[in-house]
Design a protein around this ligand. Structure first.
Ligand code: NAP
Length: 336
């Protein structure tokens, strides 16, 4: 494999609603309870040196300080801050407006930045959990989505935009009904939506809703998250890289099935944020989206891989009267 750094200027970009741009691929930083902060900080530095310019962080990942050191090193080495895109998220235990602001200030401090390019609400449900708890764990104080409460949080995030501390706001793990309410009430509309997106879970309706409303979809678990924590595994889960269509296309291109997932993601128009701490992986991941695209026929074949196979179901965030993880996802098209 080539270890020549790629030219970041050659990575395709998306234009957001405000005219700013995002690279078509970024690096994820959730260690799935198996990779620690130092390892992830080192991987982010390696990825930035290799040519990545978009980093997906979150306060709950517990590694913004080591990522901050990686960012500082890369800025010292000559990368310009305006060329970086750093995203962070407010966790479920910080939905109270004051806590959301405090959480964002802590993220900025740890990351060593004076502004975030994107700030997300990580999940639209307020709750609190110890890190790494099992799927059966429940917070007795967990609450379902409440629009007025969510808007109080959103107003706090809007004030951070007003102060120049955040450039763009984003939603994550949301649904069309929730986005419709937010779009009608927000003064600062979300410009990005981070959602689970991989060949077996394409979320066609939400994806198109985002595009129709000038919201850029950011795709998490783009490789089907093969190393995700045990709590996010269920017997019905499928492996994207083992789907025959994906494997056949990989064989035709002489590449790894992972590369097919990423080519498909970028060509479809989402921004994948694959996680990798291994240099060979993060290097080949960005290389994959810069050459040898899938054909129109292959893109059509990839559409047929859809299985509505959600991996990150969010059961741990359920409230006491909820009956199933489906209650989190407004599957009947309505808010509860
Ligand atoms: N907003 C949210 O709620 C949310 C939820 C989940 C994730 N995310 C974000 O999305 C990012 C990505 O999701 P994810 O980490 O769950 O899943 P992912 O990116 O689909 O999968 C990552 C794993 O794939 C393997 N991999 C990576 N590159 C590879 C390559 N070239 N060849 C073979 N295997 C490769 C690695 O496994 P090994 O390490 O075992 O080799 C790596 O740990 C996260 O890091 C996080 O930033 C956000």
């Amino acid at each position: 494999m080539s270890i020549t750094p790629i030219d970041p200027a050659k990575v395709p970009r998306h234009v957001l609603a405000d005219g700013s741009t995002l690279p078509a691929i970024g690096i994820g930083t959730f260690g799935s309870d198996r990779y620690g902060p130092d390892e992830i900080g080192a991987a982010v530095l390696g990825a930035l040196r290799y040519g990545y310019r978009l980093v997906d962080c979150a306060s709950v990942y517990g590694n913004e300080d080591t990522i901050g050191r990686a960012l500082a090193t890369c800025l010292d080495e000559g990368v310009r801050r305006p060329d970086l895109r750093v995203m962070s998220k407010v966790w479920n235990d910080a939905h109270d407006p004051d806590r959301a602001i405090a959480s964002t200030m802590t993220s900025l401090d740890k990351l060593g930045l004076d502004y975030l390019d994107v700030l997300y609400v990580h999940w639209p449900f307020p709750n609190s959990h110890a890190p790494g708890v099992g799927a059966d764990s429940r917070d007795p104080a967990a609450r379902p989505y409440h629009h007025d409460e969510f808007m109080r949080l959103w107003r706090a995030l809007e004030s951070l935009v007003d102060q120049g501390l955040v450039r763009a706001l984003g939603t994550s793990n949301t649904t069309i009904p929730k986005l419709e309410r937010l779009l009608s009430d927000a003064r600062v509309a979300p410009q990005v939506n981070e959602m689970e997106l991989h060949p077996c879970f394409q979320q066609g309706r939400l994806f198109q809703f985002c595009l129709d409303h000038a919201i850029q979809p950011i795709g998490y678990c783009p490789l089907g998250s093969p190393s995700r924590p045990q709590r996010d595994r269920t017997p019905t889960d499928l492996s994207d890289v083992d789907q025959p269509v994906v494997r056949d296309i990989a064989a035709a291109h002489g590449c790894h099935p992972v590369a097919v997932c990423l080519k498909w993601a970028v060509q479809r128009g989402q921004v994948p944020i694959p996680f990798a701490v291994k240099a060979a992986q993060y290097q080949s991941n960005i290389q994959a989206v810069m050459n040898d695209p899938l054909t129109r026929e292959e893109m059509e074949a990839m559409a047929s891989v859809e299985r509505n196979n959600r991996l990150v179901k969010g059961q741990v965030f359920l409230w006491d009267t909820a009956t199933s993880w489906l209650d989190l996802w407004d599957v009947d098209g309505n808010l509860p």
